[in-house]
Design a protein. Sequence first.
Lengths: 156, 156
Amino acid sequence: MRETADETEQRCSIARSLEVLGQKWSLLIVREAALRSRTRFAEFRAELGIAPDVLTDRLARLVDAGILERRKYREAGEREREEYVLTGAGGALLPVLAAINAWGDEYRPSSFGPAAIYTERETGAPVRLAFVDDDGRELDRDDVVVIPGPSFIGAA
Amino acid sequence: MRETADETEQRCSIARSLEVLGQKWSLLIVREAALRSRTRFAEFRAELGIAPDVLTDRLARLVDAGILERRKYREAGEREREEYVLTGAGGALLPVLAAINAWGDEYRPSSFGPAAIYTERETGAPVRLAFVDDDGRELDRDDVVVIPGPSFIGAA
DNA sequence: GCGCCTGAGTTGGAATTACCAAGCTAGCAG
DNA sequence: CTGCTAGCTTGGTAATTCCAACTCAGGCGC
């Protein structure tokens, strides 16, 4: 996404989020980190087939954005190397991945069936994303409306 | 996103979704359509400041993907023109927008406060996205784990 | 020490994509 | 039959991405 969005765009948190997440490869890197526990340069590269210069750039941006943290690791008899692990902010992207995943399962189905299933840790029971009210009661998607908040500027 | 993702990538519905949603501007166009009821070429162009050739391309792809529908409209004393309205599949992207919105509000805050608030249609009560189990009970995000589904290929 | 291996990157050049200003086209009003 | 407007094209430039090749640092076998 362009780096210097204008001011009204900056007021939208979707636009601000997409500055980092909307770049090519960014969300796929987060997917690898969050869903498949990848941490290393070579793993991301091999799984995604991404060019190394682009991967370097994206990892740096994700670290800058606080989504990944760069750490040292050392395997037995090896030298110190770098790895990239999800931060709290990175883990908080799980609903984003789940929402995209659910939409794709429904509206861009493949013949293969789902590649990822969201479950409850203890019971293994399936879990899905839904809109809920303050009391935790589930709502139908059609009953949700979006209204402009305090920082919204522009015509309705 | 590259058009010809390899086969293992094609098995992932996140990757398939991002083929259309991951391109620059696509999600912002959906945001304008879903949250602000924009329908016209000139509206998207004015709101987003997007180049017209890119907008032409993105609208065509979103129509192809079944997210927008191209329709004729005619205002009094005007000639017939085109507009782009959300389909059911397009409306089903609301959780994706909400998830990105919520993440941005929390992890990329601005000094302006939120620009969009998700509410219940009838009561106007605030609404949020959450993971729920089959009985509609809300779960903590940390209690959700993702396991490989039937189509998953690759090392854990 | 010397070369070799491996993971994590650079570097250089071609190809794709986006940006910007300008122009085009249908139909309707006057 | 001129102007106006929404919805696009076109042409040239700038920015991104792709790809292959190369570097760099440390540990290991010899």
